[in-house]
Design a protein around this ligand. Structure first.
Ligand code: G3H
Length: 540
């Protein structure tokens, strides 16, 4: 491809295609708390896009808008609202029938579908995700909600009966846990937030929801739907600096579930603040450094194709991204050559460019951090082997393939979460296995080989190191019905459409000795429809 000139990657205001322009700056001056959109006239945070605009004064990050920087006072008010709406499990929402809760979520989904275009555009501008991927994120979220509704119906059908064991009759159902504090990540600010928020909500919990640091404004168009579709205080938002407004919530001891997709460091610090850790349930998606192992029996073409997808989709900013590649020394040269060629073919540009694969990065410090990682690797004996690799223009970083990476380099252990592909040569398969054993992460791995015996010999040790072993394909979360979890510092709890419903609830049962008097009592309760829990009503 030759040398590229990144100067022309950003465009002038006039060159932004009409269809993708924002209607204007979005200045959010309200937030949802205790069933109402509360006005805010305090401090605000200015949201700058990773997309820069070419101006006479040089490149400038586009201002998208502002959002409230609320204080502890507002977050405690939101907490009080959530506690009140839960009302020790006696609130309208936690005692509502499953059918009625499903109706609320269904209504909510129909409302947010109407906001699709607005949300998609904000996804593009706030986090630099391509238009195609932003649409995919929205659609995947809606599909996830409908799949959750179906899974809950199934669960409820299985629970709509009595069990009789050893002379005891019981009805077993899943009940909510209380107040859930939900925080999503910037890379899937809508999807991954909703894959915890929706299951937690539909199971009867009440919510405190803090939008991610990048990808905040895109939640604004959805707040009225939350307000209108759920009882007062069931969904409350908190805006502000996480380190100012979250610790106090945890210290209050009133948060029953912490669900966060982010770093293990933050999760550990927050958990420790809870005065009674045994009362806190944590559902966490955390750090990962998924490895690809390309053995001497791999199909190189396939390995290259999947490595590009795995390490560079959304610029490598996926928790499931391939963040280190082990390649058998005998194939290293040809693999690197083909990988460099494949990377050179990727289209770079702005999120609206059709077929674009690489876009600007939303985290302001990320380009400097990636540069530091690359320089550190070079200092320790590696090189950037692809043309233009590591070139930076403001928020845009051209992908770098770094080889040969070894133990002494940051890139060996740190989760780069960006467009850098560290490649490590190996002679024995014991080397990548040892790497995974010693790693503090344990999410997934990808093995590339066409030798069945070799694959089998890798599967058995690796399934006990990570939670998903992918054969001849990249790592990924989907399909969303599959369990998504990790070992070590990579996760706590399991998410999938069905598992999430379990994670955000606990089994409760009503039991009695099976005698004539109790039989009559149970029958009367069921026939009179007087309990939502003790009921044999079948959800169609
Ligand atoms: O950021 C982590 C996401 O869970 C990854 O999901 O594998 O579908 O991109 P994905």
């Amino acid at each position: 491809m030759g040398n590229i000139n990144l100067d022309s990657i950003f465009v002038t205001e006039e060159e932004i295609p009409e269809a993708y322009r924002l209607a204007g700056e979005l200045h959010q001056r309200e937030y949802l708390s205790n069933g109402e959109m509360r006005k805010w006239d305090g401090a605000v945070h200015t949201v700058l896009s990773p997309v820069c605009i070419r101006t006479a004064e040089g490149l400038q990050r586009k201002v998208i808008g502002t959002y409230p920087l609320c204080t502890e006072k507002e977050s405690f008010e939101a907490l009080d609202a959530a506690v009140k709406a839960y009302d020790n499990g006696r609130g309208e929402w936690p005692t509502m029938s499953v059918a009625d809760r499903i109706n609320c979520v269904d209504k909510f989904t129909q409302r947010i579908i109407q906001k699709k275009d607005e949300v998609v555009k904000l996804l593009m501008w706030e986090i630099g995700k391509s238009h195609a991927d932003s649409v995919k994120e929205f659609d995947r979220t809606v599909e996830y909600i409908y799949a959750t509704i179906d899974a809950l119906k199934d669960l409820d059908r299985q629970s709509s009966k009595f069990s009789i064991e050893q002379g005891i009759v019981a009805q077993i159902r899943r009940s909510p846990l209380g107040v859930v504090l939900c925080m999503g990540p910037f890379n899937y600010p809508l999807n991954e937030t909703f894959t915890t928020l929706i299951p937690a909500l539909i199971m009867g919990n009440t919510m405190l929801f803090k939008p991610p640091k990048h990808g905040t404004l895109l939640h604004y168009p959805l707040l009225e739907a939350f307000r209108d579709c759920f009882p007062k205080g069931v969904v409350n938002t908190i805006y502000g600096r996480g380190n100012k407004i979250i610790p106090g919530l945890m210290q209050s001891g009133k948060v029953n579930v912490l669900t966060l997709i982010g770093s293990s460091k933050v999760a550990n610090e927050l958990k420790k603040l809870h005065p009674k850790i045994n009362r806190l349930r944590a559902i966490l998606g955390l750090d990962a450094k998924n490895a690809a192992i390309i053995t001497s029996n791999a199909d190189i073409k396939l390995a290259v194709q999947e490595t590009v997808l795995g390490s560079l989709s959304f610029n490598g900013q996926r928790c499931t991204a391939l963040k280190i590649v082990f390649v058998h020394r005998s194939l290293a040269d040809v693999f690197l050559k083909e990988l460099a060629e494949a990377v050179a073919k990727l289209k770079i540009g702005m999120p609206w460019v059709e077929g674009v694969a690489l876009t600007p990065l939303p985290e302001p410090h990320k380009p400097a951090y990636l540069k530091e990682c690359i320089e550190d690797a070079i200092e320790h004996g590696a090189a950037v082997i692809n043309e233009n690799g590591g070139m930076i223009k403001e928020s845009f970083v051209y992908p770098a393939i770094v080889y040969p990476v070894n133990k002494d380099m940051k890139l060996y252990e740190e989760e780069q979460f960006g467009p850098v592909i560290p490649v490590v040569p190996f002679d024995s398969l014991e080397e990548p296995i040892e790497y995974l054993i010693e790693s503090t992460h344990g999410q997934q791995v990808s093995i590339f080989s066409n030798d069945d015996q070799e694959i089998a010999a890798l599967i058995d040790p690796l399934v006990n190191q990570v939670s998903r072993v992918n054969i001849n394909c990249q790592c990924q979360r989907g399909p969303d019905v599959f369990p998504f979890t990790g070992r070590k510092d990579s996760a706590e709890g399991t998410l999938s459409v069905v598992d999430a419903l379990r994670s955000f609830s606990i089994r409760s049962l009503v039991a009695t000795k099976l005698n004539e008097q109790n039989k009559a009592l149970l029958n009367e309760i069921v026939e009179s429809n007087s309990s939502n829990f003790l009921s044999t009503k079948f959800l169609f």
